[in-house]
Design a protein around this ligand. Structure first.
Ligand code: HPA
Length: 234
């Protein structure tokens, strides 16, 4: 057990999918896994373990933002032996040719800072995805109708951003979308020799200001979960 996870040691699989929202973890586990069972509920941060095509998988909420994700990623890796961690979540699009419902597979994650900054200090570390997971995810996404983009994303510390110039520079430098967790996930995983990837669905658009209607969210989310599962095991 850890301060934030009350699962027994063997209750967490080596492969963990990390949606931000714990209720999304419940939905994804019930929809995609065989025999899902709840393995964590501390602070309402639900985690479930089951199997996908016979492979053990845990789907566990990460919470919103890098400090929250960092707690779960550290504990899942260090205490429970997680080796493959894939964030599944939403992001805001930052390029004209990226549309609502599209999938973004994050090759790199730029940030102003992450919780790991205290360790890295003056180093501008470049958090990047695990190649095998990235390659598998791109192949899995290629077989789907949903348009997919592969490239850099921006992991922001704030949802309500009062610095429009930051987004302008991200857009100018080709960043595909903004979310709030991947840079720390990639950094923590690298530090502990685990594999990490983020597969994201575009839920809103920073240039056109469109947003995904609530009734479409589930279907768009399903493509992303399937891509993440295939990336882990194919
Ligand atoms: N900003 C930050 N995180 C997000 C956004 C956004 O616009 N959309 C989805 N996650």
């Amino acid at each position: 057990m850890t301060p934030h996870i009350n699962a027994a040691k063997g209750d967490i699989a080596e492969t963990v999918l990390l949606p931000g929202d714990p209720l999304r973890a419940k939905w994804a586990a019930e929809t995609f896994l065989d025999h899902p069972r709840e393995v964590n509920n501390v602070r309402g941060m639900l985690g479930f373990t089951g199997t996908w095509n016979g492979n053990p998988v845990t789907i566990h909420g990460s919470g919103m933002g890098m400090p929250s994700l960092s707690i779960y990623a550290n504990e899942l890796i260090s205490t429970y032996g997680a080796k493959t961690l894939i964030r599944i979540g939403s992001c805001g699009a930052m390029q004209e040719d990226v549309n609502i419902r599209d999938v973004i597979i994050a090759m790199t994650a730029t940030s102003i800072s992450t919780p790991s900054r205290g360790i890295l200090r003056e180093i501008n570390y470049a958090p990047c995805a695990n190649w095998d997971l990235l390659n598998n995810a791109v192949k899995a996404a290629g077989a789907k109708a949903t348009p997919t983009h592969v490239g850099g994303i921006y992991s922001s510390d704030v949802f309500y951003d009062e610095r429009p110039d930051l987004n302008e520079q991200m857009i100018r430098h080709g960043i595909l979308g903004v979310e709030m967790e991947a840079a720390e996930l990639y950094t923590v995983a690298a530090r502990h020799k685990a594999r990490a990837l983020a597969v994201l669905t575009v839920s809103d658009h920073l240039i056109t200001h469109e947003a995904l209607p609530p009734e479409d969210r589930e279907r768009s989310f399903a493509d992303m979960v399937d891509i993440a599962l295939q990336a882990a095991f194919c």
